[in-house]
Structures are given as C-alpha cells and as structure tokens.
Design a protein around this ligand. Structure first.
Ligand SMILES: C[S@@+](CC[C@H](N)C(=O)[O-])C[C@H]1O[C@@H](n2cnc3c(N)ncnc32)[C@H](O)[C@@H]1O
Length: 198
C-alpha cells in the first residue's frame, strides 16, 4: 500500500491567541518539519529513541513515525506477515513526546494511531491494539518539562528476542542527574500480553 502523505499540512498552526501568549504554542508547518528532519539523524536508524519535550499535537512525531515505517516496509524479514505487528510496535516504542497540554497529547496519540493504521490496513489483532495503547500511554505523556520534571517518567522498551518486550521505568530527574537506575522493572513479556501498567 502506498504510504499517505503526512496529514500535518491540514493542521492549524495556531489554536488560539491565548495559547500562543501563555505557552508559546505555534505548531510547525509540514514543510519546516520535513526540512528540519532532513538536517537531523532522527530517522536514519528506525530504532534510535527520539524524545520531543514539547511535542504539541505531534507534527514531528507523526513525520518520524511515517518515515520509520516506510523504512521498515523495505525490510522483508521485519515486514513479513508473522513479524509485522511486533516490528511496528518496536518502532512505536522508540518514539516519545511530552506536552503540557492534555488536548495536544490526545491529538498526538490519535495521529500516531492513524499513521499505524495506514501501514496496517488489515484488521489488527486485539493483542496488538492493547500493546499499541500501552506504548502510547507510557510514551506520549502530559507533563511540564520546565517546572514539573519530578513528575515525568519514561519507560524504556527493549526487545530481548522477537515478539518480546522488556520495560524499565526511569525518572527524568534521575536521568538528568546521570543516575542510571530504573525505578520499576517489569518482567519480559510477549507483546501479545503487554498491557498498560502490567
Ligand atoms: C512552539 S509549540 C511547538 C509544538 C510542536 N513541537 C511543533 O513543532 O509543532 C510549543 C509547545 O510546547 C508546549 N509547552 C509549553 N510549555 C511547556 C512545558 N513547560 N512543558 C511541556 N510542554 C510545554 C505547548 O503546549 C506547545 O504545544
């Protein structure tokens, strides 16, 4: 299936004057997103972790996910029917976004979900949908990256073998202090059993 162009061109750049004034909320247009990404290595390795600390409603995250899934589709093994769902989840699990505005994060989740369904047009398994939601819950979060860092936590997803995820949760304040210590360590699970917080 041909990948759809990013839908961000249709996204408004400004929601309201008060949001621009209070939070500097002006979203980046699609052309600038693509130009900026072309200058970075954000998409050169589809499994490098990418965090956007003020992600808005996901202009950059959507473009990165699309580009990474485009690369993934070229990989015959990863895109093989039996591996595809896990491969898509693995890519999704590398993408992180934080924003102070709850509505932005919920729009961002919907946009990334829309991208995934563009690439997986057939009905996905129930287990895949639950795992996808679990990853989105941990990776796309409402938070204050200036004055509320002590309440921001990131889940690291690693993949010890095909089909399996290991999750470790880290506090942002520890990460910034160079403390490499997980505050929570989940047992390794098949993606088919992965649920939010379990
Ligand atoms: C200039 S917009 C950029 C949004 C997005 N990165 C883009 O390029 O389209 C800035 C974003 O930062 C968010 N923001 C403002 N203060 C923040 C804070 N203290 N912590 C996290 N996000 C914040 C706003 O809600 C807004 O979505």
């Amino acid at each position: 299936m041909k990948a759809k162009a990013s839908s961000s061109a249709k996204q408004k750049q400004v929601k309201s004057k008060s949001r621009v004034r209070d939070r500097g909320e002006v979203f980046t247009a699609e052309r600038e997103v693509n130009n900026i990404l072309a200058l970075t290595q954000a998409t050169s390795n589809r499994y490098w972790r990418f965090l956007e600390p003020a992600c808005g409603n996901g202009n950059f995250l959507e473009a990165i996910l699309r580009q990474r899934l485009d690369h993934l589709k070229q990989d015959k093994i990863e895109w093989h029917k039996k591996n595809r769902e896990f491969s898509v989840l693995k890519v999704l699990s590398t993408i992180y976004g934080v924003d102070i505005a709850e509505d932005n994060i919920s729009e961002c989740k919907k946009r990334l979900q829309g991208v995934i369904f563009d690439y997986l047009p057939k009905k996905s398994s129930k287990e895949f949908l639950l795992a996808m939601n679990a990853i989105m819950e941990t990776n796309l979060i409402v938070g204050d990256m200036l004055n509320g860092k002590d309440k921001v936590f990131f889940t690291e997803y690693s993949t010890p073998a095909k089909g399996l995820f290991k999750r470790r949760v880290y506090a942002l304040t520890d990460m910034e202090a160079g403390i490499d210590k997980a505050i929570k360590d989940y047992p390794t699970v098949s993606y088919k059993e992965m649920r939010n917080g379990e």
